[in-house]
Each structure stands twice: as C-alpha cells, then as structure tokens.
Design a protein around this ligand. Sequence first.
Ligand code: NDP
Ligand code: BG6
Length: 530
Amino acid sequence: MLYSPVVEAAPEDRPAPRMSGPALMVIFGASGDLAQRKLLPALYNLVQKKLLPDDFTILGYSRTPYTDEEFRALARGGVEKYSDAEFREADWQRFAQGIFYLTGNYDDAEGFARLKARIEELDQSRRTGRNRLFYLATPPSVYEPVATQLGRADLVHPVDNSPTGPGDDHSWTRLVVEKPFGHDLASAHALNEHLLSIFDEDQIYRIDHYLGKETVQNILVFRFANGIFEPIWNRNYVDHVQITVSENIGVEQRGGYYDKSGALRDMVQNHMLQLVSLVGMEPPVAFDAKAVRDQKVNLLRSIRPLAPEEVSHYVVRAQYSPGDLDGERLPAYRDEEGVEPDSTTETFVAWKLEIDNWRWNGVPFYLRTGKAMPQKVSEIAIYFRRAPHLLFDSADDPEHISRNVLVIRIQPDEGISMKISAKQPGPAVKLQPVNMAFQYGSSFGATPPDAYQRLLLDVVLGDGTLFTRRDEVEVAWERVTRVLDGWKRQEEEARSGGAPLRLPTYDAGTWGPDAAEQMLRVENQRWRKP
Ligand code: NDP
Ligand code: BG6
C-alpha cells in the first residue's frame, strides 16, 4: 500500500466544512444539457450536504419559455437521473423552493432589464446578500453578448475583493465561463480582452472540469505532501511520461460540434495540458490560486514551441474507421451524423512534448487521446529509469520489467499504483512485476464526487485555484495553435499537390494508428496498455 486506508477522525478532529454564505446563481442556457446533466445535480448534492445554504438561489435564464414550476420539473428530472446522491423528497423540496426561471434572449437589453428586476426582487425575498454568480452554460457564440449585456445592465460590481467582497455591503459578482474558451490563440485572446473589459480577472472562473476531479487534485497532494517523490521527480530518475485520455465512444450526437473542434482542441489544449502542468510544475510556495497558477504557467511556457515543419515529427493525428466497440459496430468518423464527408478533423492525437527546463530536459511527455478506443481511461504513467546495473540476466527478466512505473489513475478505478519487480517464489531467480496500489474505493469507502460539485463550491467561496487564469489559457493555446498551423500547412501542401489530405485511420475499438506506435517504437518504448 502506498497509503494506508483512512482512519475515520473523531468528530472534534474533523476540519470545519467549507460552507458558503448566501448567493444567487444565474444559469444562462439553463434549458440545455450541461445545466440538466451536471450543474443542477451538483447544486442539489451541495445543498443536500449542507455545503450550500438552504437559501441558495438559482435563476435559470434561456430562450425556451418555462414557468418557475415547469423549470423546477425539468430540473427535478435532471437531478433524479444524474445526481450521484440519493434522491430524497425533503431535500428536493428544500432545494426546489430556491429555483426560479426567466425567459429571455442573450443579446437583448429588454431581456436583461427584466433579468435585473428579477434579481433585485430575489435579492430581497431570498436574502442573497447581493452575491451574484453568472454561469455561461451556453454555446460559446453567446459568451460575449451575455457579458456585454450584464455590463450594460449594471449587473457587475466593479471590483471583487473575495472572499468578503467589496464596498459597503460586502457583496460579490463572479462569472463562470465554460469550455471551449476560444478555438485558437487569437480567439481566446479576443475573448479574454472582451471579458476583462467588463469583469476583473479575479471575478472570472474559466472551468476545466478535469481540475475538479479528486484524482487530479491528488496529483499535487501526492507530489508535495510526500517527501519521498520530489527528489526523484526529474530528469535524473524519470525516463519519460505517458498520459492517456481515451474514450470508448464515437462522437455520438455531437458530430456537428466535434467536426469543428477535433481531439486537439477538445481534449489536449485544456484537460491534457492541465495534467501536464500539474505533473511537471515546480512546487508552489503556497496552496493558493496565485502561487499554484504561477507555477503551472511557468511549466506551460517551458513546453517547446513547434515550428510548422516540425509538427509532423512530433504530432500524430488520425480518424477512426469502422470497427467494433463494446459489441457494437461504429461507422467511420466521416460517416457520422453532422460530420463533413471529406472532414480532416482528427479524432485521435498523439504528441511527443518536450519540456525545456532544468527539471525535465530530455524527458519526453507522450500524450495520446482519442475517441472510439477500446476503453475509457485517463491515466498518467511515470516511467522511471532502469536500475543502473542489473544483477539478473535478461533470461530472468524476460519482459524487461526491471523498470518502475508509477501510474496515477484518474478514472475509472481511481487510484495510484507503483510497478516494482519481485522474485517469483521458487528455487530460481525469476523476476515478476507486482503492484503496490492505493485505490480510492477501498481506502476511502466511496467513489469521488462529480467534479462540478467541487468547482461550483469553489466559485461560491471565491477560490480560483482550480480554474485557469488568463495567461494559462493563452499560453496553452499558443502551443496548440502552432500545431494547428503545422496541420494547415500540411493541408495546403496536399491541396497544391492535387490530392486533398486524408488523415491516417485506425479501426474503431483499437488504440490508435500505427504512426502513434511508431512514435514510441523509434525511441525503444511502447505505449502502456491501461
Ligand atoms: P446546449 O447546446 O445544450 O446549449 C445550452 C442552451 O443554450 C440551449 O438549451 C439553448 O437554450 C441555448 N443555445 C443553444 N444553441 C444556441 C445558439 N446557437 N445561440 C444561442 N443559444 C443557444 O449546450 P450544453 O448545455 O451541452 O453546453 C453548454 C456549454 O457547456 C457549451 O459551451 C459546452 O461546450 C460546455 N460544456 C458542456 C458539457 C456537457 O456535458 N454538456 C461538458 C463540458 C462543457 P435556449 O434555446 O433555451 O436559449
Ligand atoms: C469534454 C469533451 O470536455 O470532456 C468531451 O468535450 C469528452 O468530448 C469529455 O467526452 C470527457 O470528460 P470525462 O470527464 O468523461 O473524461
């Protein structure tokens, strides 16, 4: 065991729960999938656990007409279906009496005047403390108009001195922005400029739901609360790092969105680069928003920028072709609904990423992500160097196992394991890999809560540590836009050669194209089988 199972603390030893004060949350796009599937179930769980107060107030806002009662019925459906907590009628009633709805457009002064009037009414009747949280759960095309209208309607307090707030009444205003935050560096920069013309950076919470996952937060605890790992967490001991985020589904009903995005924008720019930054960053001086994000930005800035002509050497992309996945036949990506028949959007990316700093120079970070792969897995594998001198000959070690691999499993089967070599019982010296393992389920007796619970609570508490800062988003986009530029160049070259580009393919239900295997084979490595 790396950690022994947790011992239940006596009540007086337990830390005080992070209970928030009163607030009003306006969900723009409240009729949509995110609100029903993630936000409302997470808020219900927080109220049920008494981490949000009973008078926490939710005001849904979107164009679809609902009365308060109709919207509550919709929300109830979402909570019953998607909440990971037990549905209890009494808790629901307590939660539902704080849910309201207003129909309106996103770019319309009249709608926002009505919104303002409704908010002020709820400020009084629900004693919100005038604390306001605006959540952009709409498609990104609506982010800018909503922010503009909020500013024009005078719904944004000028400064936010969280956690107590500014001014005489100590109230605060915060804005949560969903992904995708831009589609390249220029658009992310423009969106930042726009939002920052209305809100202060401290008021903006850019969501990356991977940062709300318990196992992702545990990367920092694992690295910085255990003295034994930091001394070996560098180029002297680590051979390379593999990060896999695979999904065993195709694009399903999201073909229209996905075809304009692709795996690089959808997964690498945000979730995977966040994982890279947490694994690779230097120790922060404190566990607070500024110190942690400063170090993450430093790490992202150390990622070697690629010139367009280098991209094909470092980055592999591919699309899935027909194949069997969990007993079902998946069509080719190009035949999915909403996808262009001649699409060059990638459903798989592998990237050999080099980090130019003292800690990681010469230690490649291999990233791979894709749809239609055999398993849904997110994990980070740290491959340590072999022992400098092996006492046992290769016949004793047929699988070359004499290398330690630390695996941080983000999902499913959340936990951490370390592969070590052991002697098989018996008269001969024969090596066999064994695992030392810690699993959330068995050690803590529960599966980790959904990421949105943690993130929503942090926003209400004014803690930005698990949200991406302006410079972080832009440096991640800067490195990713270079890859996009390289791909654009490949497409232009193919077109000028008279043959439009076709991406390499991999059969649905496999671990990706041959080129990704080759990327590691030339280095005498291979991808870990999760
Ligand atoms: P939806 O497509 O369900 O849109 C949400 C709501 O926005 C809709 O109900 C609709 O409400 C309104 N809307 C939809 N299209 C438009 C449009 N073109 N112009 C104006 N309004 C529109 O999106 P999701 O709920 O799935 O996602 C919301 C945001 O969250 C997106 O940015 C998405 O990328 C992000 N996200 C979603 C996740 C999920 O699991 N769904 C996961 C991670 C991020 P109405 O017509 O009533 O106004
Ligand atoms: C989202 C992507 O951000 O993350 C989806 O848009 C992807 O395409 C999802 O399916 C994966 O999240 P998780 O938490 O299921 O790993």
